[in-house]
Design a protein around this ligand. Structure first.
Ligand code: UT7
Length: 323
């Protein structure tokens, strides 16, 4: 028998406020056509006063727990992937833990920017396989609208806010690729490329700072690194791209999503796409897409799923999951 980290529940939260591309035309030299053509984004959600990374994370977690027919008392660990925690510390995860009324177990954040959810899934899997936790809430939640420079048209039109969560549970499998659960993970980073995408604030400046990105340079790395990490993860799991039911990619840019699918030899009808409605929600984008994919009836139990993401660091990776 082989221990597996199996998805028992999934959920998401999106702020009520929806901002269409055209709204940016009033304050910036940009237009709906440019944003759609270059990124595939049509609209995004932004938090309102009182909504935070942790409040959205808690809402998504409650939805995942409900689907799993579990309560917070059943959870051993809470991991929040985020680069926009409410405060420098404590972690967003401990705030979520408090909001869920949990006084036991352990909670911590993972910060790998847009690849954060893939890194969090990999860590949750390791906790479960090593016997340190039986049930783990893995959440991606971001309020990138609070680190936008609203005068920088090359970044502020691209990002959005939201949260998604998975409840993973330890279950015995047969050790074959037919097992439900996480089948493999692949993580990478290259700190020499950290200047391509960063926030210009933190303890060194005493400010929160704003996101800065050399978008076309990140783009240059994306398709090659994403297809390579997805292939490495599939090889490690012992599956082929023809076995895959759904690619659930980080939702940054439709051209990156299409280019990566093409490189993997998969058609776009095997890809869950939400970028048009959510924009780039960084570490929240994959769990949001998983939850929306289930809601739409695309993702079903037993499906073979490959998630892949790249972002600031640069950090990138992929996870193969039998849903
Ligand atoms: O999630 C983390 C990882 N991040 C990503 O994956 C993002 C990767 N990068 C991208 O998605 C794309 O590079 C962007 C969508 C950011 C930009 O698309 P691009 O095709 O790479 O455009 P570009 O940056 O090369 O800019 C082309 C032109 C420039 O004008 P010039 O220099 O050619 O005259 C920009 O100034 O488009 C201009 N531009 C805009 N024009 C209208 C930049 N932003 C805008 C805008 N509206 N909002």
């Amino acid at each position: 028998m082989t221990l597996r980290a199996v998805v028992k529940g999934v959920g998401h939260y999106l702020p009520k406020r929806i901002v269409e591309n055209a709204e940016f035309e009033a304050t910036l030299e940009t237009n709906d056509e440019w944003i759609r053509a270059r990124s595939g984004i049509e609209r995004r959600h932004f938090v309102s006063e009182g909504e935070t990374t942790s409040s959205m994370a808690t809402a998504a977690a409650l939805a995942a727990l409900e689907m799993a027919s579990l309560t917070a008392e059943d959870v051993d660990a809470v991991i929040v992937a985020t680069s926009t925690a409410d405060f420098t510390f404590p972690s967003a995860a401990t705030t979520v833990q408090a909001q869920l009324g949990m006084k036991s177990g352990f909670a911590f954040d993972i910060q790998a920017v847009c690849a954060g959810f893939v890194f969090a899934l990999s860590n949750a899997n390791a906790l479960i396989l090593s016997g340190q936790a039986k049930r783990v809430l893995v959440i991606g939640s971001e309020t990138f609208s609070r680190i936008m420079d609203w005068t920088d048209r090359s970044t502020c039109v691209l990002f959005g806010d939201g949260a998604g969560a998975l409840l993973l549970e330890a279950q015995d499998g047969d050790g074959t690729t037919a097992d439900r659960g996480i089948l493999s993970t692949d993580l990478n980073s290259d700190g020499t490329q950290r200047d391509l995408l960063y926030v210009d604030g933190g303890t060194s400046t005493g400010t929160t700072g704003y996101l800065r990105m050399q978008g076309n340079q990140v783009f240059r790395h994306a398709i090659e690194k994403l297809s390579r990490t997805a292939t490495t993860a599939m090889d490690a799991a012992g599956v082929k791209s023809t076995d895959v039911d759904w690619i659930v990619p980080h939702q940054a840019n439709i051209r990156i999503i299409q280019g990566t699918a093409k490189k993997l030899g998969l058609s776009m009808d095997k890809v869950v796409v939400t970028v048009q409605d959510h924009g780039n929600t960084s570490a929240a984008s994959i769990p949001l897409a998983l939850s929306v994919g289930v809601e739409r009836g695309q993702i079903k139990q037993g499906d073979l799923i490959v998630t892949e993401a790249i972002g600031g660091g640069l950090a990138w990776g992929a996870v193969v999951i039998r849903w």
